[in-house]
Design a protein around this ligand. Structure first.
Ligand SMILES: *[C@@H]1O[C@H](CO)[C@@H](O)[C@H](O)[C@H]1NC(C)=O
Ligand SMILES: *[C@@H]1O[C@H](CO)[C@@H](O)[C@H](O)[C@H]1NC(C)=O
Length: 551
């Protein structure tokens, strides 16, 4: 769920391994007792942003026939605690929306649509996004603290990678607007000279889809919010954002920024809620024209179903992944050490919570044992430091929630039960850690393609390594899951590069560690979804085409 960040992360992550002295300090009890700094929480935790205003949730208890019970109070709507995964403590309480709140937000977006899409010019919309970029830039530190507290990213990592990804995407969409054509001649038609009557007149309009609902996950909060909100607004859609209820604090700040930037009322709306409630209400809403969702394949299927059965709204889905990282023996002279270490850290960064992580390392048999040694040394060679996420410096943070912690434990147990060799890590919290959802970065070797840990997305720091003998075999294993997000391979053989790039069934293929250029979309196929996010393709994903002739 991050487009171009791999290179940035690879530079950043190896330094997460600190010296043994540091690690001794970090596991002492005094650290646990240290109070978290106070957070720059929104004043609107129990409200939603609808029609340009912060509004209280619609009371659930208000009876239509009883004029006296119109008082609202905090027990008249559903609430939920936001848990800091480093401390397992509640840091905020948010309101969860009901159908009435969802309907109000959709109505506000509909009311704003025709003015925003047809009466504002592209330069006006660009100017507002530039203003938002300026505010986002000014308020980066608040954003970093909120993301770090809500989903457990170490503070410096939150500043650099998490908040940085939002800055990157906003800038990159503004650049891509230079190439966006709201209207163009049908490609391939030839204009005849001097004969206006017979000139082809077919135009292609790329029009905003309309009212779009945006459902975002907790693992890269601002990465996903900016990948959806910014292109939707730039092409002229109006939107309703439902951020993950696990990590809603960053999005409340984002809504404040939208307000501060001066976007017209109703163009952007935010309703907090869970998938079963607001998520389902949005995906099945008759007046929502498109749903853009990033999250699990399981939820993506439910959303597609609800979208189809309501009004056949357009869907854009970025779902799970199970990336293969195929390492051929012909690459050894280019530095096997660096390649394997990079593969390990790309799998473990953000506590393993990235859908494009290369979680399956396939190594040609002649270099298999060496690769395992290097992977093992990457984890054992220095002690990895675990700390509560609000600390500064380089260390490893928790996974985002208890649910996620238990899920990862279950997969580690399955890996052992199904006969994989546990090389590093394993069950339970890291040594010396007594609270928080900290997982031991875990490496399995000698896995086979049919094992559950090779088939299902774990979404935690668990790497599976296995050997292969031929290119055909590696390709078959790589393509042997339902997913199709991102695959990686290393080889010096040019014709093999082309063959594999063509044959791998995924939206993205990265060769020899060279990440895609700025403006490239994050693309998914098969059970990973159908989305194209980022750059020009990301703008066009929020458009429908209209064919106009005879104008
Ligand atoms: C708040 O709402 C609850 C449940 O609807 C009700 O029992 C209670 O009396 C209300 N409190 C106030 C102060 O209005
Ligand atoms: C991994 O490294 C540890 C610590 O150095 C060592 O005890 C263990 O045997 C190694 N495992 C493998 C499979 O090489």
């Amino acid at each position: 769920m991050r487009a171009r960040l791999l290179l940035l992360l690879l530079c950043f992550l190896p330094s997460l391994i600190a010296s043994r002295d540091d690690s001794h300090d970090s596991s002492s009890d005094s650290d646990d007792d240290e109070a978290c700094p106070s957070l720059p929480l929104s004043d609107h935790l129990l409200e939603f942003y609808i029609g340009g205003k912060w509004v209280a949730p619609t009371p659930l208890t208000a009876a239509a026939d009883d004029e006296t019970t119109t008082t609202t109070n905090s027990s008249s709507f559903q609430t939920m605690n936001v848990i800091n995964p480093s401390t397992e403590e509640s840091i905020a309480t948010i309101a969860l929306g009901s159908l009435a709140d969802t309907n109000a937000a959709v109505q506000a977006a509909r009311d704003a649509l025709s003015t925003w899409s047809q009466q504002t010019s592209i330069p006006e919309r660009i100017a507002l996004v530039e203003q938002l970029l300026h505010i986002y830039d000014q308020r980066q530190e608040e954003m970093a603290q909120l993301i770090s507290a809500e989903m457990g990213a170490p503070l410096d990592f939150a500043r650099e990678a998490q908040v940085g990804s939002g800055l990157y995407h906003i800038e990159q969409f503004l650049q891509a607007m230079e190439y966006f054509e709201p209207e163009k001649l049908l490609p391939g038609v030839i204009m005849h000279d001097n004969d206006n009557e017979n000139n082809p007149t077919t135009l292609i309009f790329q029009e905003p889809v309309g009212v779009v609902a945006l459902i975002t996950p907790w693992n890269w909060p601002m990465n996903q919010v900016t990948l959806k909100v910014i292109p939707a607004l730039l092409v002229g859609c109006t939107c309703i954002l439902k951020p993950s209820e696990v990590a809603p604090l960053s999005s409340l700040l984002f809504a404040e920024m939208i307000h501060q930037a001066g976007f017209p009322p109703g163009v952007f709306n935010l309703v907090n809620g869970d998938g079963v409630g607001v998520g389902t209400q949005l995906s099945s809403h008759m007046h929502v024209d498109m749903i853009s969702f990033t999250g699990s394949t399981r939820a993506g299927k439910l959303i597609s179903q609800a979208a189809a059965l309501s009004n056949l709204k357009k869907t854009s889905l970025e779902l799970g992944g199970k990336g293969a990282n195929i390492i051929f023996a012909d690459i050894v002279d280019d530095g096997l050490q660096d390649i394997v270490k990079a593969g390990v850290w790309s799998c473990f960064d953000n506590s393993g919570q990235s859908c494009n992580a290369p979680t399956r390392m396939l190594v040609e048999r002649s270099i298999y044992d060496t690769a395992i040694q290097i992977a093992n040394d990457t984890i054992h060679g220095d002690d990895i430091v675990f700390r509560p996420a609000h600390h500064e410096g380089d260390f490893y943070g928790p996974v985002s929630s208890r649910v996620q912690y238990e899920r990862v434990q279950r997969y580690i147990q399955l890996g052992m039960d199904e006969g994989a060799t546990l090389v590093a890590g394993g069950l339970g919290r890291p040594d010396g850690v007594t609270r928080g959802y900290f997982v031991r970065p875990t490496i399995f070797a000698d896995v086979t393609p049919d094992m559950t840990i090779m088939q299902e997305e774990i979404f935690g720091p668990v790497l599976s390594i296995m050997p292969f003998d031929t290119e055909e075999e590696a390709l078959e294993i790589a393509n042997g899951t339902p997913y199709g997000l991102s695959n990686y391979f290393y080889t010096r053989d040019k014709s093999r590069r082309r063959r594999l790039a063509k044959s791998l069934k995924s939206g993205m293929v990265e060769i020899n560690g060279i990440g895609a250029d700025e403006g490239a979309p994050f693309a998914a196929v098969r059970a990973s979804g159908n989305g194209r996010e980022g750059g020009l393709y990301g703008l066009e994903d929020f458009c429908v085409i209209k064919v106009v002739s005879g104008m």
